[in-house]
Design a protein around this ligand. Structure first.
Ligand code: C2E
Ligand code: MG
Ligand code: MG
Ligand code: MG
Length: 272
C-alpha cells in the first residue's frame, strides 16, 4: 500500500519534472548551435562619470532564439555553465567586445571609452583561460587597458589560489578587473584584499532604496569608503532615478550605471 501511495505521489510529480528536464535538454541542444549559427547578440549599457558623461560600456549577452525570441542571460548562462558551452560563448563575447575596442582605437571621440565583459566562474577555471584571453587581445589589436573583466565572488569559491594566479596574469597584461555585484556574496572583504582588482561594483540591491533606507545608504557608504581607501574605483549599478544618483554621488562614488543613463541596447542604437 505504501508502495502504491508512493507511486501515486510520483505520478503527481513526474510529468512536470520530465517536462522541465526535456525543456532543459532541448534548450541545451539549441544553445549548442547558437554560436556557430550566429544567434548571440551583444547589448551595450553606458557607464557615466559624475558629470553624467559616458566613459564606457558594459557588454551584456543576449540570445536570439529561433522560436522564443531574444533571451536575457538569466535564461541561458547557468545552462551554458552546466554544459561547458560557457567557454565558447565567453570567447565569442570577448572577441566582439575587443573588435569594438579596436575599431574605436583610432577614432578620437571613442578611443577613451572602455568596455567591460562578464566572465563566469566556470570560464576562469579553464586551464588555458589566460592564454585564450591574451590571444583574443593580440588578434583584435584592442588596447588591454580599455578592457575590464567583471568577476563575481562566487567564482573563487573552488580554488582561490588558482583563481588569484590567473587574475594576476590577466592584470599583468593591463586588463582591468572589477568585482561585480559587490556585497551580495560571501567573504567580500577578504577578496578585496586578495584579488588584484581595479574596480568594485556596488550591487543594485543597495542602490534601489538608497534614498529611503538608511541601512542601505550606510552599506553603500562603507563600500565606497573601503574601496576608495584600497585604491579601487567604485561603480554604482542599477541607478534608476535622479534621487538615487545624487545620493550615491554624495558618498563619493565616481562611476554610475543604470536605466537613468541608458538601457542595454545594440551598438547601432548606442552610437546614435
Ligand atoms: P550584471 O553583470 O550585474 O549586469 C547588470 C544587469 O543589470 C544587466 O542584466 C542589466 O541589464 C541590468 N541593469 C542595468 N541597469 C539596471 C537598472 O537600472 N535597473 C535594473 N533593474 N536592472 C539594471 P542582464 O543583461 O539581464 O544580465 C544579467 C546578468 O547576466 C549580468 O549581471 C551578468 O552576471 C550575466 N551576464 C550578462 N552577459 C554575460 C556574459 O557575456 N557572460 C557571462 N558569463 N555572464 C553574463
Ligand atoms: Mg557585470
Ligand atoms: Mg553587476
Ligand atoms: Mg548584478
Amino acid at each position: 500500500e505504501a508502495k502504491s501511495a508512493g507511486r501515486d505521489t510520483l505520478r503527481l510529480y513526474t510529468p512536470v519534472l520530465e517536462e522541465r528536464l526535456a525543456e532543459r535538454i532541448a534548450l541545451g541542444q539549441a544553445l549548442r548551435r547558437a554560436v556557430p549559427e550566429g544567434q548571440l547578440r551583444l547589448h551595450y549599457q553606458p557607464l557615466v562619470d559624475r558629470a553624467g558623461a559616458c566613459i564606457g560600456y558594459e557588454a551584456l549577452v543576449r540570445w536570439q532564439h529561433p522560436e522564443r525570441g531574444l533571451l536575457a542571460p538569466g535564461a541561458f548562462i547557468a545552462l551554458a555553465e552546466a554544459t561547458g558551452l560557457i567557454d565558447e560563448i565567453g570567447l565569442w563575447v570577448l572577441e566582439q567586445a575587443c573588435s569594438q575596442l579596436a575599431a574605436w582605437r583610432d577614432v578620437p571621440a571613442f578611443a577613451p571609452l572602455s568596455v567591460a565583459v562578464n566572465v563566469s566562474a566556470a570560464q576562469l577555471r579553464h586551464p588555458e583561460v589566460v592564454e585564450q584571453i591574451a590571444a583574443v587581445l593580440r588578434r583584435s589589436g584592442a588596447p588591454a587597458a580599455r578592457l575590464t573583466l567583471e568577476l563575481t565572488e562566487s567564482m573563487l569559491q573552488q580554488d582561490v589560489e588558482d583563481g588569484v594566479r590567473k587574475l594576476r596574469a590577466l592584470r599583468a597584461l593591463g586588463i582591468g578587473l572589477a568585482l561585480d555585484d559587490f556585497g551580495t556574496g560571501y567573504s567580500s572583504l577578504s577578496y578585496l584584499k586578495r584579488l588584484p582588482l581595479t574596480t568594485v561594483k556596488i550591487d543594485r540591491s543597495f542602490i534601489r532604496h538608497i534614498d529611503a533606507d538608511g541601512q542601505d545608504e550606510a552599506i553603500a557608504r562603507a563600500i565606497v569608503g573601503l574601496a576608495t581607501t584600497l585604491g579601487l574605483r567604485v561603480v554604482a549599478e542599477g541607478v534608476e532615478t535622479q534621487a538615487q544618483f545624487e545620493r550615491v554621488a554624495a558618498l563619493g562614488c565616481e562611476a554610475f550605471q543604470g536605466y537613468l543613463f541608458g538601457r542595454p541596447q545594440p551598438l547601432a542604437d548606442v552610437a546614435a
